[in-house]
Design a protein. Structure first.
Length: 157
């Protein structure tokens, strides 16, 4: 073997070995993004589950106040595709928001998302709880239940 082929072989091996950590990191990133597939689908606010832990000014509302507050929940829908986030109203069937999102953090029980193309829309973290997820708002949690799942592959923009 001449020196040229030895040098070429060495460069190939160095390049291959150098790529391993990068390939491993890319694989972990792909696995992480796959861990967020559970959000894909349509979710609806769940008034009953939300009100179980709802407090206002340090106490749990009762009677008429509880009914008024409870009426605020239950109609909002969130729909996620792999690239889009939509907010709708189950009562009217209208969509009030349709925007791109990106995943900024994910683990086995939560997904954090940001909305880079919608200034003013607050980033949010969805905490998974079976066929529900909840988001934090002030000192309360709003629960959303799965209405339908969308296929993860081939979903539109």
């Amino acid at each position: 073997m001449n020196n040229t082929s030895l040098a070429s072989s060495r460069r190939v091996w160095v390049a291959a070995l150098a790529g391993w950590p990068l390939a491993a990191a890319a694989s972990r990133l792909e696995e992480s993004l796959g861990a967020a597939d559970w959000i894909v689908g349509t979710w609806q606010s769940d008034a009953e589950r939300t009100m179980r832990s709802f407090t206002f000014q340090g106490s749990r509302p009762t009677g008429e106040a509880r009914e008024r507050i409870s009426a605020l929940f239950g109609s909002m829908t969130h729909t996620f595709t792999r690239e889009r986030f939509m907010v709708g109203d189950a009562r009217t069937g209208r969509t009030s928001l349709d925007t791109a999102y990106r995943i900024v953090g994910v683990n086995s029980h939560a997904v954090s998302i940001a909305f880079p193309k919608t200034p003013g829309l607050v980033d949010m973290t969805l905490y998974r709880d079976g066929d529900f997820y909840f988001i934090r708002s002030a000192g309360n949690l709003e629960f959303f239940r799965r209405v339908s799942a969308l296929p993860v592959t081939g979903i539109g923009k």
